[in-house]
Ligand binder design. Structure first.
Ligand SMILES: C[S@@+](CC[C@H](N)C(=O)[O-])C[C@H]1O[C@@H](n2cnc3c(N)ncnc32)[C@H](O)[C@@H]1O
Length: 263
């Protein structure tokens, strides 16, 4: 797959992803057309297949083309009333606080964004990768076909394909901006089978610290209440002055006060 000709405001993708379409569903055919137009459709030795089929859009490895792949599936979230993973006592909602509107500036597979929407926040989730954005739109479409998931989301999740650093400069009245950048590569290769984040890394690559810093700077001017940054436990703080830190098991959420608004 060629990575030339990227859509404006999106990212180049590492080579090695081929598109396979085995669906006649209009919305999927249209998504696949747009991606093939953007990225090209031939790849000799792909490390991943972006597969359009009856389960929606999935990322698969070529060896497992006949197995289910990774897709965005918000129905896997336990959204029953009182479910622990929607408790506001967790570190992320504690870091966000009682504010109601937020931009998830690094949507990824949208799990944080969907959980936050299910908790009652109004979430605009922005993703710069056209591949991941297509998977997000597919996941939200399927969520809306399922009455329970649709009701749990309550129409509070919006997905935007864009680069947040640019998009946040034109957005108004957002209380909180949440940033969850990709982590840097580990020095030691993990022996664990590829999980969520490894699959994401194969498509979008690793953190670019310079771009994350720029995004953070823009977020400080766009948010009216807080900027929340997720960091690995071992990483140094984003800057020296978080106003609070909420620790999870493997990550922590740093809270920053936005730059005062002059408008
Ligand atoms: C670690 S993942 C986020 C995972 C997400 N919180 C979840 O729950 O699935 C980071 C994502 O942010 C995206 N990203 C990084 N910088 C971005 C930017 N400036 N604008 C939009 N998306 C960005 C990457 O493409 C990647 O998909």
């Amino acid at each position: 797959m060629s990575s030339s000709n990227p859509r404006q405001g999106s990212v180049l993708h590492p080579r090695g992803i081929a598109v396979v379409v085995e669906s006649e569903e209009d919305r999927l055919v249209e998504e696949s057309r747009q991606l093939i137009h953007l990225l090209g459709d031939s790849e000799e030795n792909p490390h991943h297949i972006l597969y359009f089929g009856k389960r929606g859009i999935e990322l698969k490895t070529p060896e497992h083309i006949h197995h289910n792949g990774k897709r965005v599936d918000f129905s896997t979230i336990d959204f029953r009333t009182g479910a622990g993973n929607l408790s506001k006592n967790q570190p992320l909602p504690k870091a966000i606080g009682e504010h109601t509107t937020l931009v998830d500036a690094t949507a990824g597979f949208g799990m944080d964004a969907a959980r936050l929407a299910m908790m009652g926040y109004h979430v605009i989730a922005i993703e710069q990768s056209p591949i991941i954005s297509a998977m997000l739109r597919d996941g939200l479409w399927r969520a809306e076909q399922n009455t329970e998931v649709r009701e749990a989301l309550g129409g509070r999740l919006t997905i935007i394909e864009s680069n947040s650093t640019q998009h946040l400069q034109n957005i108004q009245c957002v209380e909180v901006v949440y940033i969850d950048p990709m982590f840097p590569p580990k020095r030691k290769k993990s022996a664990l089978p590829p999980g969520h984040i490894q699959v994401l890394q194969s498509v979008v690559g690793y953190d670019n610290p310079e771009q994350t810093r720029l995004l953070f700077k823009v977020a400080l001017t766009a948010a009216t209440r807080r900027v929340v940054v997720k960091r690995p436990m071992h990483a140094p703080p984003m800057t020296t002055n978080p106003i609070a830190t909420h620790n999870g098991k493997l990550v922590r959420y740093e809270v920053y006060r936005p730059t005062p608004h002059t408008k």
